[in-house]
Design a protein around this ligand. Structure first.
Ligand SMILES: N[C@@H](CCC(=O)N[C@@H](CS)C(=O)NCC(=O)O)C(=O)O
Length: 229
């Protein structure tokens, strides 16, 4: 690839892509997007993506771009190289703790994948409980907000905003109880949902695409929503 500006190789539903998009927007960095179909990965993509996954960040450099893979790596690179507001704490100990919570976000996404794709009722319940436990742990970590670390938006917020976005549709379909009584987590969800960088990280048809994804997987979540109707 030979790009003129930073280019984020994307997929419309990918939460890891959204992390990078949010960080780019928060830092006021101009970038382009190139969407790919993960069910029919183009050859040019397979040649440059070591794990065959999005996101990739193509960084203009001489005759051919440097390609970065793995969302956390991309976010850290942007933090180190781009201006704008720092998204990590200056204190090394606090920064290390934030990186731990970013990893906690990835683990939450792994639970979410099972929750949204399984056709099996028992497995769905296991994942529902795992997600409830994750958010209960977060409730204990949060302070007065509105963001993870208080008044300043951080990298941990960029990781959790795409996690919470799933639930804008999922909770409308079926009241899972996952967020019951989690006052701080619920306030955090609301603050993230209206942040411009978060809103701009997906296209307007995001919810339609997510619904189509659930239908393609014949997700148990849809069966629960039919029961609840
Ligand atoms: N650890 C990776 C995870 C990225 C990832 O799982 N991306 C998914 C889409 S959300 C993907 O590209 N999947 C394609 C595949 O596994 O074939 C990161 O943080 O970037």
């Amino acid at each position: 690839m030979h790009s003129k500006t930073l280019t984020l190789i994307s997929h419309h539903l990918c939460p890891y892509v959204q992390r990078a998009s949010i960080v780019l927007s928060e830092k006021g960095v101009a970038f382009e997007r190139r969407y790919i179909d993960l069910s029919a990965k183009p050859d040019w993509f397979l040649r440059i993506s070591p794990l065959g996954k999005v996101p990739l960040l193509a960084v203009p450099r001489g005759r051919s771009d440097a390609i970065l893979f793995e969302s956390a790596v991309i976010c850290e690179y942007l933090e180190e190289t781009q201006g704008g507001v720092p998204l990590h704490p200056a204190d090394p100990l606090l920064r290390a703790r934030h990186r731990g919570w970013m990893e906690f976000g990835s683990s939450t996404l792994a639970d979410l994948w099972g929750y949204e794709t399984t056709t099996d009722e028992a497995l769905f319940e296991v994942r529902r409980q795992a997600l409830a436990a994750k958010f209960t742990t977060l409730e204990q970590e949060l302070d007065d907000g509105p963001y993870f670390a208080g008044s300043q938006f951080s990298m941990v917020d960029a990781v959790f905003a795409p996690v919470f976005r799933y639930f804008e549709l999922f909770e409308a379909l079926f009241d899972s109880g996952i967020f019951d009584g989690l006052v701080r987590v619920n306030a955090w969800r609301q603050a993230l949902a209206v942040r411009p960088s978060v809103m701009e990280a997906v296209t307007d048809d995001y919810q339609d695409r997510l619904m189509a994804f659930l239908c393609r997987h014949d997700a148990h979540l849809l069966a629960r929503s039919r029961l609840a109707a």
